[in-house]
Design a protein around this ligand. Structure first.
Ligand code: DEZ
Ligand code: MG
Length: 296
């Protein structure tokens, strides 16, 4: 069935009445870089006032759930850590509960403080964030495999360096038992008026150099689906996933058996949403902020 366009007050009323739980992507839906999507906070507040359950599901591993609670508060949005699911958190849960990661080992992180904090919260020590110093061909010999590294984790890293990539490479290429995990593999990152290289773009350096394929945690992959849909015991028929990306958010919703709503404030445009063969969203609309017109 073709995605239904929502554009009128009565469209919005039926959407809100139809669902008890709304799951929201963040980048491209609630904010773009430093800018909040106009009226998105008011729309979220309206849903809370109407007794809806809100959940936030982001592939952006740069921040921990604690950091996201603080960011939401700065934007005047009420959100608690147990409502937030990031790919960094899904990675920590996977390592602890599924991979049964040996706590005597360390994880080498090519990524931000979000991955570090979430892993350390489940008792996994991390290294890598300090490896930002320049390196040269003459000093590369300093970069050697570390037998205590049991996993390499790759996520969005605004401080990426050749030294970090070299450390990650030697550990993965020379120790096949070292787990290779990607928090997510989004190709691009919406950062305001422009798109920027996504976590998947950074990851491609290591998949190419090591010729190894990582286990990807974030949307639309099973670890994130299990982490969210199962832990929240969602009623799929009464739950709607709201996102800006077809190959992550909408596909995540479809794989979770949820209904899906794609907004036009981030990656996807109308042509992409209506394209034959695209993951089929249930609905699409211009912006989450448009729901704010419903008021109380
Ligand atoms: O490159 C990235 O990491 C992604 O673009 C970013 O994580 C997307 O975040 P989301 O839209 O899932 O909140
Ligand atoms: Mg997004």
């Amino acid at each position: 069935m073709a995605p239904a366009r929502l554009a009128t007050r009565s469209d919005y009323e039926s959407l809100v009445d139809r669902f008890d739980t709304f799951l929201f992507d963040c980048d491209g839906v609630i904010w773009n870089g430093a800018a909040v999507v106009p009226n998105a906070p008011a729309a979220l507040e309206m849903l809370r006032r109407r007794g809806k359950r809100l959940v936030f599901v982001t592939n952006n591993s740069a921040k921990s759930r604690r950091d996201y609670v603080a960011k939401f508060a700065r934007l005047g949005i009420q959100a608690s850590a147990d409502e937030i699911f990031s790919s960094a958190y899904a990675t920590a849960v996977y390592l602890r509960d599924v991979a049964k990661f040996d706590p005597a080992k360390k994880a080498y992180v090519v990524g931000g403080s979000g991955i570090r904090q979430e892993l350390e919260d489940v008792g996994i020590s991390t290294i890598g964030h300090e490896d930002t110093a320049p390196v040269s061909l003459e000093s590369l010999h300093e970069v050697v495999p570390d037998p205590d590294v049991g996993a390499v984790i790759c996520g969005i890293d605004y401080d990426i360096s050749y030294r970090k990539l070299a450390h990650a490479h030697v550990n993965l290429a020379e120790n096949r038992d070292c787990l290779f995990i990607a928090t997510n593999d989004d190709r691009t990152l919406p950062g305001g008026k422009h798109m920027y290289p996504g976590s998947g773009a950074l990851l491609s350096v290591l998949t190419h150099s090591t010729q190894r394929a990582p286990l990807v945690m974030g949307k639309p992959n099973p670890p994130m689906v299990e982490c969210v849909v199962q832990s929240l015991r969602l009623d799929p028929d009464r739950s709607c996933m709201v996102g800006d990306r077809l190959d992550t958010d909408v596909l995540f919703g479809i794989r979770g058996g949820l209904r899906t709503l794609c907004v036009l404030t981030g990656v996807a445009d109308e042509a992409a949403i209506l394209a034959p063969g695209a993951p089929a969203a249930s609905y699409y609309m211009a912006s989450l902020g448009d729901l704010a017109e419903l008021g109380g």
